[in-house]
Design a protein around this ligand. Structure first.
Ligand code: BTN
Length: 312
């Protein structure tokens, strides 16, 4: 957000203020105040002009200015009504040296999922890609994916959804009927991409897709949405919560695994994990410090660091 526009918003959020007083306190012309107020209105901020001056009613739309307004985490926001993939755009920004930027879109026309699958991303979802440059070795990168799963789960729970984490990073809603073949529906998925050297990450792009204000009919049959579970959510508030929680988790990386366990659906479940070198079937008993799944099988304990996990 432009610095002067940010200052105009801050001044307005403190209470009604007259145009001349605003111009004087920010050392800009009255015409510049008028222009910023006009642009803020166009971006969806309700600003009334009365006898006390301009009074801010708050943002009403989902866009970059609205998400940045009141956000308590150090992320710049780039917003698109429609884009191929927010991860592709975030990778471009990362390659150009950006950090702590989130790319948001209302709709993606070429959303990408894990294992080179397509990801349905119709209008109304929370499609977000975070660019970070953590000073950590690549072995710690999976912790950022766990942090994103915790952040997404907590944002969804605050919106009233019974969200849980399925290893490694799917956010799901358990079905009441446990007898069904798959006892949960998928609410959100995470695709983390990375560039780095052997001892240090250069950049991470953490792509988070949340089926928010989307009809279940527009999604694959195994998916659900916030709309389907509890009704529509204010995406601005949802994204702010998600970014703030992600920021808190990445700043306390040593406790991410504990936070993850707190919301895990997989611990204690009977699972089948498909890996490149065969499947592992058994009871999931825990995850280790790097986020790998520990499975008790007929042949003893096995630690699985990557794979496609289903509860069976
Ligand atoms: C999965 O397969 O579960 C991961 C899905 C990740 C989807 C998100 S939506 C935002 C970001 N942009 C993409 O193209 N993919 C990720």
């Amino acid at each position: 957000m432009n610095e002067t526009k940010r200052a105009v918003l801050e001044a307005l959020s403190a209470g009604p203020v007259g145009g001349p007083a605003l111009a004087e306190s920010l050392d800009i012309s009255r015409a510049a105040v008028w222009k910023h107020v006009d642009e803020l209105r166009e971006a969806g901020f309700e600003i009334e002009s009365g006898s006390d001056g301009y009074a801010l009613g708050g943002p009403t739309e989902y866009n970059a200015l609205a998400v940045e307004y009141g956000l308590e985490a150090p992320f710049a926001v780039e917003y698109h009504d429609s884009i191929g993939s927010t991860n592709d755009r975030a990778r471009e920004l990362a390659t150009d040296g950006a950090s702590d930027v989130v790319v948001l879109a209302d709709e993606q026309t070429g959303g990408r999922g894990r294992l080179e699958r397509a990801w349905s991303a119709p209008s109304g979802g929370v499609w977000a890609s975070l660019v970070c440059r953590p000073n950590v070795p690549p072995t710690r990168a999976p912790l950022y994916t766990l942090a994103a799963a915790v952040a997404t789960t907590r944002a969804a729970r605050e919106a009233g959804v019974d969200a849980r984490i399925k290893w490694p990073n799917d956010v799901v809603v358990p079905l009441e009927d446990d007898e069904s073949a798959r006892p949960y529906r998928k609410l959100a998925g995470i695709l983390t991409e990375m560039e780095g050297e052997t001892d240090r990450v250069t950049w991470l792009v953490v792509g988070i897709g949340v089926n928010a204000n989307v009809d279940a009919a527009a999604l694959p049959p195994e998916a659900t949405s916030v709309r389907e579970e509890v009704g529509d959510v204010d995406r601005r508030v949802f994204v702010q919560r998600l970014l703030e929680e992600f920021d808190a988790q990445r700043n306390a990386l040593e406790s991410v695994v504990d936070s993850w366990r707190e919301h895990a659906l997989t611990i204690g479940a009977h699972v089948r994990v498909d890996r490149a070198d065969g499947e592992v079937v058994g009871t999931a008993v825990d995850i280790d410090d790097a986020g790998a799944l520990i499975v008790e099988t007929d042949d003893g304990e096995q630690t699985v660091s990557a794979g496609d996990c289903e509860h069976v």
